[in-house]
Design a protein around this ligand. Structure first.
Ligand code: NDP
Length: 283
């Protein structure tokens, strides 16, 4: 019969990103571009999941045949509880941004640190060795980036956070790997500027600009906002107005960490340069 459909219907491998909020995420576009570039057939979903529903949502995604998830704000630390096997870098970070479901098990990894390093070192030519670094924020993203940054042997990493206890806990956790200290925003030492300031707060997601320490910036300071947007983020505007050498949003990290996740899931690392170019043009 001419119109009869024959053969099996091939199920497409399902992936997605879980967060709260999630509508700002560009991960579905990036993974679609990676899939096109590498000739992979995948589906990638945007999944808004509130903290109290995280476990149910992850288990359900796995049960219904999902192959992998990206995990974003605010679930990165909490999701470690649901993982059967943690990669070394995710265990060091105490935070997971990539889940892979294999043979009934949940594997957890963290590609944020390598994603940021690749953007800084490869795409932007920023040297971490001997740099004085200030990180604003002490959430899941900060957990993921401190270990890889310390491996590049900076002179010091100072973590400043609204909630001092969280910054202190991170400084204690990482201080055996290198020089890390903690303070509140208003305790960042005046009279001392930084080579690199990384904004890892989620304040910009709500359009907020906390009292970031302006005295920490000089004309030699490179400012990097993990957040990204169509318009300049509040932090990147603040940094430029405060006189930073350069102020960059986290598009490159977003694409690089996604490429590492894609490699974990599909065994092939996409070429990030054309995808990053496309994302920045589209923004
Ligand atoms: P978390 O929810 O785990 O942590 C949020 C952090 O932001 C906490 O330190 C919190 O402080 C601080 N914060 C939130 N609101 C304010 C505010 N109004 N004033 C001061 N501090 C505030 O988020 P993540 O660490 O997972 O993510 C942080 C940001 O990094 C997000 O914007 C995320 O989109 C971005 N990101 C980007 C990536 C990329 O690839 N470009 C990758 C990973 C993250 P407190 O402890 O006091 O609550």
């Amino acid at each position: 019969m001419a119109n009869q459909i024959t053969g099996e219907i091939k199920a497409v491998d399902r992936y997605g990103v879980m967060g709260y909020p999630i509508s700002h995420s560009r991960s579905p576009i990036i993974h679609r571009l990676f899939a096109l570039q590498t000739g992979q057939d995948i589906q990638y979903e945007l999944l808004q999941v509130s903290p109290e529903k995280l476990e149910t949502a992850v288990r359900q995604f796995q049960r219904t045949g999902g192959r992998g998830l990206n995990i974003t704000v605010p679930h990165k630390a909490e999701v470690t509880r649901l993982v059967d096997q943690l990669s070394e870098r995710a265990a060091t970070a105490g935070a997971v941004n990539t889940l892979a479901f294999k043979g009934g098990e949940v594997m957890g990894d963290n590609t944020d640190g390598i994603g940021l390093l690749r953007d800084l070192a490869v795409n932007l030519g920023v040297s971490i060795e001997k740099a004085n670094i200030l990180i604003l924020g002490a959430g899941g993203a900060t957990r993921g980036i401190i270990g890889p940054l310390l491996e590049m042997q900076p002179t010091r990493i100072q973590i400043a956070n609204r909630t001092l206890g969280k910054a202190k806990a991170l400084a204690d956790h990482f201080s055996r790997s290198g020089p890390v200290s903690a303070c509140r925003f208003n305790e960042v030492a005046t009279g001392k500027t930084y080579d690199l300031i990384i904004n890892a707060t989620s304040a910009g997601l709500r359009g907020e600009t906390p009292p970031y320490p302006q005295a920490a910036i000089s004309e030699n300071t490179f400012c990097y906002d993990l957040s990204y947007g169509i318009q300049p983020t509040p932090f990147s505007v603040w940094a430029r107005e405060a006189g930073a050498r350069k102020s960059v949003m986290g598009w490159g990290m977003l694409v690089e960490q996604a490429a590492e996740s894609f490699k974990i899931w599909r065994g092939v690392r996409p070429d990030t340069a054309p995808v990053l170019k496309q994302m920045i043009i589209a923004a």
